[in-house]
Design a protein around this ligand. Sequence first.
Ligand SMILES: [Mg+2]
Length: 398
Amino acid sequence: MKITAVRARRVTGTFEYDGEFREERQARPIDLYEQNFAVSMGGPPAMPKISDGKYRMEGIFLEIDTDEGVTGRAGTIGAETVHMVAQFERLLVGSDPFATELLWDAMYRSVPNARKGPGMLAISAIDNALWDLKGRALNQPVWRLLGGAARMEVPMYASTLGYSLEPELVRQRVKDHIALGYRGQKWFFRYGPQHGRDGMAKNLELVETVRDTAGPDVEIMFDAWKSWDVRYTVDMAERMVDYDVKWIEEPVQPDRISSYAAIRRASPIAIAGGEGEFTRWGAQELIAQEAVDYLQPDVFIAGGISELTKIAAIASVSEGVKLMPHARANVSMHIVAAQSPDVCPSVEDLVKSSVTNEFFLLAPPVRRLGKICLSEQPGLGMDLDPAKIESDEDVPLR
Ligand SMILES: [Mg+2]
């Protein structure tokens, strides 16, 4: 089998949702500046509102064709990633799509600047599409190709990015997600060091509201989205300790690994991070510097399924470190399910992102009683639903 083409495809459709889909945003590093360069609210540019209750949904998918008529698909991906894919097109066309180790290493060696950043996003998407392709060619789900299922249903925790932080609404949503069976919930702070005592009190009110509503048996986590500093995080951690918080996520900007390590040494609460980190070398650095308890590479950022599988091996021999892949539940479930639960305990369901990422799928993964269920769909289960597609066009790689 040989690769004949690498293509990108943009589909659009209409997403119906009562009310504002994204009600609140998380703290952002740019909030340091009072003039606030960041957009305050609303959906991402890819999902503009058409009218009340209707949004325009867009999804870009990477597709890899072969001379045997099998096509692998991965997505959704960003438009900027499409152009980065172009630099690997010549290397891929004519190659054996089953040789994912060779192709990953060849891509990595052929464009040295793709070791991090948008180039690695392209390698990630290509690698994921190749795994889908291999699964389709063999008529097997990817989780089986990765070693088979350690469990057919994997526990999920819910991440509530985009939900309002109004206390009454928080209470309602905490209950809603418990009713859906999620045994853990992650909420996102809105305030950082620049918001002073008042912001800190509001952050703590969120922690108190979530724990108070969830009761003692639900795991709760909080995400600072790279927007705090060492002193603020340690101060917050000491104030949060009575609420039995499982982890504080991304307290500082990802490059400040020594700050992570300082926080981890001082914090009475475990630290999570690494969703923006690249490759096994990035993961290894976080582990070597004892920066995190929970390592969270993203399968569309860190290098794809091939790379996350290697990171799982590193995590498995790293004392106290668990691998908790970031977002992308429909893809990361294949990796997590194939690993020991001791290495990969659960899948993150970034609830609102899952809705948009999986919108165009014909058969998105079933979620049942707080678990995400493996299926026998070949590859990554990436068949698209024609009934949802209103427009469909090629996106030129160049
Ligand atoms: Mg996060």
